[in-house]
Design a protein around this ligand. Structure first.
Ligand code: HEM
Ligand SMILES: *[C@@H]1O[C@H](CO)[C@@H](O)[C@H](O)[C@H]1NC(C)=O
Ligand SMILES: *[C@@H]1O[C@H](CO)[C@@H](O)[C@H](O)[C@H]1NC(C)=O
Ligand SMILES: *[C@@H]1O[C@H](CO)[C@@H](O)[C@H](O)[C@H]1NC(C)=O
Ligand SMILES: *[C@@H]1O[C@H](CO)[C@@H](O)[C@H](O)[C@H]1NC(C)=O
Length: 318
């Protein structure tokens, strides 16, 4: 009896240790790679100072990683003759940017502390540092994610929300990942930075009615109505301050200057109008809610222990 009880307690202790090591922690690399965070920060600041948009691209990279089977760097794996990754999925193909910045950071980290820092953690820290570099809020990035050995094209196509979704579709897409409608609105505020291609907003600027007509006209000037022409022409998601992480995105929505159909859906007479008004009035509330939602996004199904690896090259499995 006593021996069984002992075995049970011993097992419980092992279980707790196992669970504890499966938790992410802010000081995960404190002894194994003390310069990890400063190496990442330096590279991000340099990339964003060369091209401000890169900050937006790196923030989006983390989102598209986390929404597909968790934050596991699956999005970074290149296609090969016998492997199909996520890079050619509809939401990513000719759209997601920043892979080279992550490569640069990874090679610097491999020089300093080989085989220690995961690609998934690099992406998570780069997203935070990018936001800060564009005057946005900061947050503590929890660390210790491991990298996947697989990727899922199908899940990338199904789980990353489309700009054609209506409000209830957006709410569902985020609720599927554990986010409230309020968190969805806060996270959408990331469209206060960065650019979008003509192909994703063409129908809106030519055919939708809940759009400011002067705004629509000015966007039409650089986005031809014929599908296939000018598809990659860019326009800022935030028409007023596309390289500043502020709350202008929400003010644009109030004046029907959301660029994407999905953006304007957040302020279209539905249940999220009041939240858009709140963030539009109070930039600080937006930034605080955004930072908290980013921490939550970064915690989506991290791989730990033998379920993952530390890739030497972020583009391929070891
Ligand atoms: C609410 C649902 C969302 C939809 C439907 C959506 C859709 C899009 C689309 C279509 C683009 C333009 C892509 C292109 O033209 O190549 C874009 C850009 C962007 N998205 Fe989202 N997005 C959503 C949520 C988010 C979230 C949660 C984040 C980050 C936390 C994010 C960050 C960005 C950024 C920063 C850009 C600009 C990227 C760049 O300039 O390279 N988006 N998004
Ligand atoms: C894919 O092919 C490469 C050689 O080109 C090989 O090393 C690798 O093991 C293969 N991967 C799988 C999953 O079969
Ligand atoms: C991805 O984009 C390229 C053009 O750069 C295109 O040739 C290819 O068909 C696209 N792939 C998919 C799966 O849509
Ligand atoms: C939103 O879109 C879904 C799927 O396309 C559709 O079934 C639903 O009726 C739409 N809801 C509203 C309120 O338009
Ligand atoms: C606008 O709607 C019309 C009528 O449905 C359609 O023929 C046209 O292709 C649409 N234009 C764009 C740019 O979506």
């Amino acid at each position: 009896m006593a021996s069984n009880k002992f075995k049970f307690l011993f097992g419980l202790v092992l279980l707790l240790i196992g669970t504890a090591s499966a938790q992410l922690s802010s000081n995960f690399y404190a002894t194994t790679c003390p310069n990890a965070l400063s190496i990442i920060n330096k590279a991000v600041v340099s990339a964003v100072s060369k091209e401000a948009r890169m900050g937006a691209s790196l923030l989006r990279l983390h989102f598209h990683d986390c929404f597909v089977n968790g934050c596991d760097a699956s999005i970074l794996l290149d296609d090969t003759s016998n492997f199909t990754g996520e890079k050619t999925a509809g939401p990513n193909n000719n759209s997601v940017r920043g892979y080279e910045v992550i490569d640069t950071i990874k090679s610097q980290l491999e020089s300093s502390c080989p085989g220690v820092v995961s690609c998934a953690d690099i992406v998570a820290v780069a997203a935070r540092d990018s936001t800060v570099a564009l005057s946005g809020p900061s947050w503590t990035v929890l660390l210790g994610r491991r990298d996947s050995t697989t990727a899922s094209l199908n899940t990338a196509n199904s789980d990353i929300p489309s700009p054609l979704l209506n409000l209830s579709g957006l709410i569902t897409a985020f609720s599927n990942k554990g986010f409230s409608a309020k968190e969805m609105v806060a996270l959408s505020g990331s469209h206060t930075i960065g650019q979008a291609r003509c192909t994703v907003f063409r129908t809106r600027i030519y055919n939708e009615t809940d759009i400011d007509s002067n705004f629509a006209k000015s966007r039409q000037a650089n986005c031809p109505s014929t599908s296939g022409s000018g598809d990659n022409n860019l326009a800022p998601l935030d028409t007023t301050s596309p390289t500043s992480f502020d709350n202008a995105y929400f003010k644009n929505l109030q004046s029907q200057k959301g660029l994407l159909h999905s953006d304007q859906q957040l302020f279209s007479g539905g249940s999220t109008d009041s939240q858009v008004n709140a963030y539009s009035t109070n930039a600080q509330t937006f930034k605080t809610d955004f930072a908290n939602a980013m921490v939550k996004m970064g915690n989506l199904s991290p791989l730990t222990g033998s379920n993952g690896q530390i890739r030497k090259n972020c583009r391929k499995v070891n």
